[in-house]
Design a protein around this ligand. Structure first.
Ligand code: HEC
Length: 196
């Protein structure tokens, strides 16, 4: 290729004083190069032609699905493991809740839950949500602006759990005197299973 008398490997061209030797490429380099070509061919056939392996998007979807399953099982354990997230059906707790209700809540929500100053707790209309967590949250924090007291200062967490569980037993109760009609609440079916 070269007709340079000094060095048969030296090529003719020169760029800014830089010359090129037409050395043979090292064996290992050529092999590596061939391997990458072979790899690319196998890759193409495996992933894009035969579609045996999942592409990145597929891997992502599978990972997400596995993650969702993990989350769902963790949430299942969480729900089952923490009694506070479900209304209790323990008669002792419900009786404690009934006493708390009679003492602190009945003045505003009526002894049977039909509602006076506070809304009716026996119907399917809830201002702050119908599940157990909503009920606990509204009792815990109250709605001071609307006249519902913040009970976390007065009641202990287990008393709040008890009274919230008791309120669940009032749902759908048939009242001797009609309860307070729904105000501007959205109708929601009571969800006695609690956390959702
Ligand atoms: C001083 C009156 C008053 C007392 C006492 C009171 N509440 Fe209330 N409660 C209210 C009012 C008013 C609301 C409506 C708040 C609103 O409009 O956002 C309410 C709302 C609620 C709600 C939400 C209802 C819904 O539709 O989402 C629950 C649950 C509740 N009270 C439970 C209790 C419990 C349990 C007690 C006793 C520990 C209690 N309340 C004591 C006045 C009272």
């Amino acid at each position: 290729m070269s007709n340079n008398p000094q060095d048969p490997l030296l090529l003719d061209h020169e760029y800014d004083g830089i010359r090129e030797l037409d050395n043979k490429l090292p064996r290992w380099w050529v092999w590596l190069f061939c391997i990458t070509i072979a790899f690319a061919a196998v890759y193409l056939v495996y992933y894009h032609v035969l579609k045996i392996g999942p592409l990145s998007a597929g891997e992502y979807a599978a990972e997400m699905q596995a993650g969702e399953q993990l989350k769902a099982s963790a949430m299942g354990k969480f729900e089952a493991g923490i009694p506070g997230l479900h209304p209790s059906s323990d008669p002792v707790i419900l009786e404690n809740g009934r006493q708390t209700y009679a003492k602190f809540c009945a003045p505003c929500h009526r002894a049977d839950g039909g509602g006076l100053v506070g809304p009716n707790l026996t119907d399917d209309y809830w201002i702050h949500g119908s599940n157990y967590c909503d009920t606990v949250t509204v009792i815990w924090n109250g709605v001071p602006a609307k006249g519902m007291i913040t009970w976390k200062a007065t009641l202990k967490p287990d008393e709040i759990q008890a009274v919230a569980s008791y309120i669940y037993t009032l749902r759908g109760a048939s009242l001797a005197t009609p309860g307070k009609p729904p105000e501007n609440q959205a109708p929601v079916k009571a969800a006695p299973s609690g956390f959702e």
